[in-house]
Design a binder for this molecule. Structure first.
Ligand SMILES: C[S@@+](CC[C@H](N)C(=O)[O-])C[C@H]1O[C@@H](n2cnc3c(N)ncnc32)[C@H](O)[C@@H]1O
Length: 286
């Protein structure tokens, strides 16, 4: 949910991400892959970073797989290759700016297009263009861990709401794709996929941060305070006081960060058209 992409932060979040993804969207993706049979499953991972999505999904997906990891950051991709536990197939990497790639070319040759912690950064236009390019029979999209705007601390502090509001507005700034969808991303993505005839599954993938995740919690607090400060320098004193109070109880407080996973699958003869496939929805529990 932040736009910090360094390898240390991605490593801190990976175990929480994996726990959060035990949900209906992952189950549906695995069931879809089992049903499809045939040739090796080809997967494109957009904004792959150090390969967390590959490490989570590849062991769960059946049979031979060929993965393409795409990211703008060559060092993160090199890390991904070093750490890859390859499925019975190949992995290749592409260092590229997703914002300037042709969506048709991005989707071409892949059965499954996936991304984790990416879609809140992209614009509605980019998302809709990508979905239009993916929408073909036999294809699917799994967008995991998209931040949805909810942050709930226990115990609560009076300025939690101020920080959440400032961060959520900061989330909609341009992250390289035009104005970002931010917390609305999963709703917009699911709506676009349905409009292009996909059967869509939506599931919560919230982070449950507790005392055992104090390092991640402290790092996240720093990012949240920085984003809030950038959004509203006039609230600087309140933000500093909030950061200090939150850091003081990071070893005992709990925090839920709302994320949503969306799985969309296209079947039938005209999945690029309107409403051909039936929608089976499981709503996020919230
Ligand atoms: C929050 S990180 C998530 C990384 C990884 N998917 C994970 O779950 O750990 C977002 C990733 O998207 C990549 N990214 C952001 N904007 C991009 C762009 N315009 N083109 C390519 N990659 C981009 C970043 O470099 C970063 O690796």
């Amino acid at each position: 949910m932040t736009d910090t992409f360094d390898a240390g932060w991605l490593a801190l979040r990976e175990p929480l991400d994996a726990l959060a993804r035990a949900n209906a969207a992952t189950e549906q993706a695995v069931a879809w892959a089992r049903r499809r049979g045939g040739d090796a499953l080809t997967v494109a991972d957009l904004g792959a970073g150090t390969g967390s999505n590959l490490r989570f999904l590849a062991p769960r997906l059946p049979g031979p797989q060929r993965w393409r990891l795409i990211d703008q950051d060559g060092q993160l991709l090199a890390d991904a290759v070093r750490r890859a536990v390859p499925p019975s197939g190949a992995i290749d990497i592409a260092q590229a700016n997703l914002a300037s790639l042709d969506p048709q070319a991005l989707a071409a040759g892949h059965h499954l297009i996936t991304a984790s912690a990416l879609f809140d950064l992209v614009s509605q236009r980019w998302c809709e263009t990508l979905i239009a390019a993916i929408a073909k029979p036999g294809r699917a999209l799994l967008a995991a861990l998209t931040y949805d705007g909810r942050m709930v601390w226990q115990p609560a502090l009076p300025d939690d709401a101020l920080i959440t509001d400032l961060v959520n507005r900061h989330q909609t700034r341009d992250k390289g794709f035009g104005a970002a969808m931010g917390p609305a991303a999963s709703c917009l993505l699911a709506a676009a996929a349905r409009a292009h005839g996909a059967a869509v599954t939506v599931a919560a993938s919230d982070w449950r941060i507790g005392p055992a995740n104090a390092s991640l919690h402290a790092a996240l607090l720093a990012m949240l305070a920085d984003a809030a400060m950038e959004q509203s320098p006039a609230d600087g004193a309140r933000i500093d006081a909030w950061r200090a109070a939150r850091l003081a109880n990071v070893g005992s407080a709990r925090l839920t960060v709302g994320h949503i996973d969306v799985f969309a699958a296209w079947s039938g003869q005209d999945a690029g058209g309107r409403g051909l496939a039936s929608n089976s929805m499981s709503s996020p529990s919230r």
